[in-house]
Design a protein around this ligand. Structure first.
Ligand code: DAT
Ligand code: MG
Length: 138
């Protein structure tokens, strides 16, 4: 039986702040396996597909702009229940109230911008993981 896989992104704010290593450390320390990893300079087309569910929302354009503002580190991670487990490690979307102990709670904050910069992305379901892994590791 092959282990579950998820797409994790260290977003441009995480890369720019030098937190890639710290985020990878937390993923590995939890026990998940790094299967593949790459730097991606994401273009608009990739990001619009990745975030298709948010099209039309007020933060959509700022989100696409932010995500194309610098390199992203894309990670294929594997392990039993890794999708749910990484979402738990990441913490909730708003970094101000994300629980301490989580990546967003410990390392993130509100910068007063139109989109929350919260360091990481993690797929939210097996369907999302399959779709997103195909996009970022095409
Ligand atoms: P998550 O990344 O926790 O899955 P999401 O998929 O709902 O959150 O949204 C994608 C990203 O968009 C999120 O990481 C940060 C930003 N975002 C979401 N909701 C927002 C809001 N109400 N205001 C500003 N930015 C938001
Ligand atoms: Mg999401």
């Amino acid at each position: 039986m092959s282990a579950e896989e998820t797409l994790i992104l260290v977003k441009p704010d995480g890369v720019a702040r030098g937190l890639t290593g710290e985020i990878l450390r937390r993923i590995e320390a939890k026990g998940y396996r790094l299967v593949d990893i790459r730097f991606v300079e994401a273009d608009r087309e990739l990001l619009a597909e990745h975030y298709a569910e948010h099209e039309g929302k007020p933060f959509f354009e700022p989100l696409i702009e932010f995500m194309s503002s610098g390199p992203t580190v894309a990670i294929r991670a594997a392990g039993e229940r890794v999708i749910e487990g990484f979402r738990s490690l990441a913490g909730t979307t708003d970094p101000t109230t994300a629980a301490p102990g989580t990546i967003r709670g410990d390392l993130g904050r509100d910068w007063g911008l139109k989109v929350q910069q919260n360091l990481v992305h993690g797929s939210d379901s097996p369907e999302s993981a399959a779709r997103e892994l195909a996009l970022w590791f095409a």
